[in-house]
Design a protein around this ligand. Sequence first.
Ligand code: PXP
Length: 247
Amino acid sequence: MGSHLRLGVNIDHVATVRNARGIAHPDPVRAALIAVGAGADGITAHLREDRRHIVDDDIARLMAVLDKPLNFEMAATGEMVAIALRHRPHAACIVPEKRQELTTEGGLDAAGAHNHLKPIVAELTKAGIRVSLFVDPDPKQLDAAVSVGAPVVELHTGRYCEVEGGERRSELARIAAAAAHAAKVGLECHAGHGLNFDTVGPVAAVPNLVELNIGHFLVGEAIFNGLADAVRRMRALMDAARAGASE
Ligand code: PXP
């Protein structure tokens, strides 16, 4: 299983730092280009309802300059669907969004929101956008993703990253079981949230995963060693984990 595992770099928190001053620097689009130059296979950006980091103009500029796929993270709202249809990014990842949360705290309840999600997934798919649902590693949510017509799921790795020891091992087993279930039901499987240099290896070694999306840690690490270095190290850790898994 030496297949290439794609790295999507989430540049939201470059915009967080920019917005703290209300000026143009640091520019998340510049960060995206550096990340691609250092080996990112794609860029992820989450346009939140409150525009706390990425803003509409960032999406327009990313679409204009990127020669790698943009994964547009969005809540399942009419406003965000309209924006996605206007820009037609390569992919859209539908996430749950609560105004007060610091970050995307849990996976989407695809099973509970079936009737709301199905027409949205259909509309985005019709526009040529590859839709993924950000869900907890729970087979019930993967079955729900199939039933709303999504071709891709992204498994939430936040809990795996938060806990330690035996609990982390059992979270990893849940992720591996969910990735196996995704393959069985015909879903492309991604994963992400909270990953860093210490936690990425075991996830990267999970069979059937084809993409990891990583943001906050890379942007934080960039403060110390630069973004290109952080992306290259993450890429190398992912490749080493994949190579080890195939031995
Ligand atoms: N995937 C999804 C769907 C997310 O919402 C986020 C956070 O915006 C990430 C991946 C990346 O998480 P982190 O910034 O913790 O690496």
